[in-house]
Structures are given as structure tokens and as C-alpha cells.
Design a protein around this ligand. Sequence first.
Ligand code: UD1
Ligand code: CA
Length: 442
Amino acid sequence: MSEKIAVLILAAGKGERMRSDLPKVLHPLGGRPLLAYGLETAKALKPSKIVVLTGHAGDRVRKAFAGEKVTWAVQPRQIGTAHAVLCGLEALKGRGPLFILYGDIPLLRPETLQRMRTAFSEEDASLAILTARLENPKGYGRIVREGNGEITRIVEEKEAEDWEREIREVNTGIYLARIEDVRGPLQKVRKSIVKGEYYLTDLVEELIAEGKRVVTVGAEDEDEVRGVNTRAELARADAALQDRIRLRWMEAGVTMIAPETIRIDARARLEPDSVLHPGVVIEGSSKVARGAEILPYSVIEESEIGAGARVGPFAHVRPGSKIGPGAHVGNFVELKKTSLGGGAKANHLAYLGDTSVGARANVGAGTITCNYDGFHKYPTVIGEEAFIGSDTQLVAPVKVGRRAWVGAGTTVTQDVPDGALAVSRLKQQNIPGYDSNKRKKK
Ligand code: UD1
Ligand code: CA
């Protein structure tokens, strides 16, 4: 088992059923391109080398993953999976075991590959195939077995006889192969008459004819082997991924109300005893600390929510924001690159951008920062325990001091010293009898 392993990810296909200008493996799933998942699984195996095979729109795929430590291989024309593996093997001159993964199967678990590895070495196999039993096997290659239960071949659906189509056990397309055993047989694979492609699945018969050992390993979970070929399958993969993420956080001590309505980015971190209400969306590598409560329909993007803070309902916390412990952000409040100190409050209808709010300060309803002059963004600083009256406009750059007060309806264009009151509105005038005078003139 200590033998060094290599990984080949096949990602050359067009993915024409996506009906998209974007290469299939670049379609986002949970905030990351599809191919990122296969790569992550590959890395978890700590392989000696990862080869990614591209073809259709390969330059775009390579560009999206520039900086990754992988070897790129190219299949100039997509004429079948057997040919694809041969192209990948050109980047792998050596011997030894090779995992063949697909760029469009995102939810595969490293533990499943580990089980394949065990079976492969225990049975001294040339090829291990990951199979799955599906309620609806449509579209997949079927595993054909002999009376004694041994696999004899894989038949593609388009070529299957009626009785073969009844088989529920399918080829997931994930393999572990011994490079030196498959190189020769792969070259013998002939073009399918039906599809005009070189099928990797024909390798099974070639190997068996040479007296080599082919074994199968069953996947435990149907979701993890499902390929993404259409937008509907992408949505299904997304649902399965979200299920997994939510389950993991609930097991870690997070309460979710109506979990099926909540979306959590795979990179987000949640602490125990935090509570997520219906319709909450948490994006990017956001962090929600212990005891924080995110009320319904709030969106948190790439931000940190402190311990015991309350956010929402209907709050929009945009990237780069940091909400201190016990702070409150209420309904229809939008924050961007804004920090709230501990116990600070912005409870109703406000926009705070590029702002730092001191601890225990209170930001009244309707307060907005005017942080953009059409060319540049400017900061606003609100001191500790300051009180910003309702309907205030803070024209940045501007500073409101510690324990300073701003009267309702004020347009703050100059700094307010610590402890001072700023008011900019006109003094109220009352004109008695105005209504009756007006009516007389009609
Ligand atoms: C393949 C298997 C089928 C299996 C199914 C599982 C073959 C002949 N059939 O069928 O038994 O049930 O996967 O999902 O292998 N690719 C290339 N170059 C090519 C052709 C394909 O790189 O020339 C890549 C694609 O990008 C994709 C993968 O190989 O990642 C599978 O190709 P696809 O055409 O989707 O094969 P299926 O018809 O789904
Ligand atoms: Ca496929």
C-alpha cells in the first residue's frame, strides 16, 4: 500500500449537453468550478503526480487553474475515453498505480478511493472499477458478470441488449489501473461502430483476455458517483453538496431552522450554538461565531459574525465586514467592508460602507454613509458609544468622535469632536392657521 500513486483527471470533453459557452468543468458548484472538486479529491490521495487532461477550450481551463501544481496534458480531439487515457499516459512515463477520475464527478469521497486502493493491492489487480447500483441506470455503462459473479465486461447503454439494460449495476467511470498493465491493452481497443469512439470500458475484456485480474468496488452513496452532464444534474449535485455541508455543521453543534432552505458555502466556518434561520445564505469563507443568530433571509458574504451577535432578518452583510460580539444588525441594513464593535447596533434600514463603528455605538434608522464620490471610496469612523440619529447622512471621509451625538436628519460633512452634538437641519418654524388660510384663497 505504500506504493506511490498517480492521478489522471479526464476533463477534455465538450459537455455539449450543458448548452453553454463555458467549458463544463468550469461551471460553478458551491462557488467553485466543477473541476476544483476532482482536484481536491486527487490531492487528498497525496499522489506523486496529478495529470489533468484538457481538450475542448483547454486554454480556458488551464487559465482558471493557473498556479495549481498539476501537469497538463492535451487530447486534441475528443474521440473517446480510451484515447483520452492514452493521451494522459504520455505525461506519465512510469509504472505503478494510477487513479483515473473525471472532471465532472464532483462529490466523490477520498474514503471511497481508499477502499479501491485496498481491494486493488489485496487482490493484486491490474484494474479496479468503482461501480454503483442505481435505481435508474439510464445513460451509464452496465457491469456484466458471469455466473460466478466475476465481471466479464462493461457494455455501454447505446450498445446494450435489452437484458443488459435491465442491469442496475453501473460503471461510475472511476478506475484504479496499473500503468504498465494497461498501456498495451489500451492500444488494442477498437473504435465503437455505434458511437465512433474508443471506449475505455473495452479495457476490461482486453485485460481479462490477457489473464489479468479485474476487480470491482461498490460505491456506498449514489450521490458521490453522479456525473454532471446537464444543468439539471448540476442542480442535483448542488443539492447533494448542500445536504452534506448542512449535515456536517449540524453534527458540529449548529442549529438550523428549516435547513433545506439554508445555503452554506463549503469554505464557511460555523461555531457551535450558532443558529441559522430559514432562507439564510452564507457565502465565501465567512465565519459565524459561537451563539450568533442569523435571522431569516439574511445574506452573509465573506464576512465574520462575532459571538452572540444578531443579524437580520433581511440583512445584507457584504464582503470584508466584521460584526463584533453581541452586536445587532437589523432588517434592511446593508454593510460593506464595515466593522461593528462589540455591542454596537444598526437596527433598521441603513447603509454603512467602508465604515468602522465603535463598541456600543448606536446607528439610527435610515442612516447612510455617502462613501463614494463617483471616483473613489472614502472611510467613515464612528467612535465608541456615539449616537447617530435617524436619517443621518455621513459624507465620507468623516469621523464622529467617542460619545458624540448626531441629531436626526443631519448631513455630517465635518468631523464631530468627542462628546459634541452635531445638528445641521434648519430650525423648525410653525405657521399657525396655514390650512384655513390656504382654503380661503381657493
Ligand atoms: C462514461 C463510460 C460509462 C460510464 C460513465 C460514467 C466510457 C466509454 N463510458 O460514459 O461506462 O457509465 O462514463 O459517468 O468510458 N472524455 C475525454 N475525452 C474523450 C471523451 C471523454 O476527456 O474523448 C472525458 C469527459 O470530459 C468526461 C469523461 O471523460 O469527464 C467521460 O466522458 P463522457 O463522454 O461523459 O462518457 P459517458 O458517455 O458519460
Ligand atoms: Ca459523463
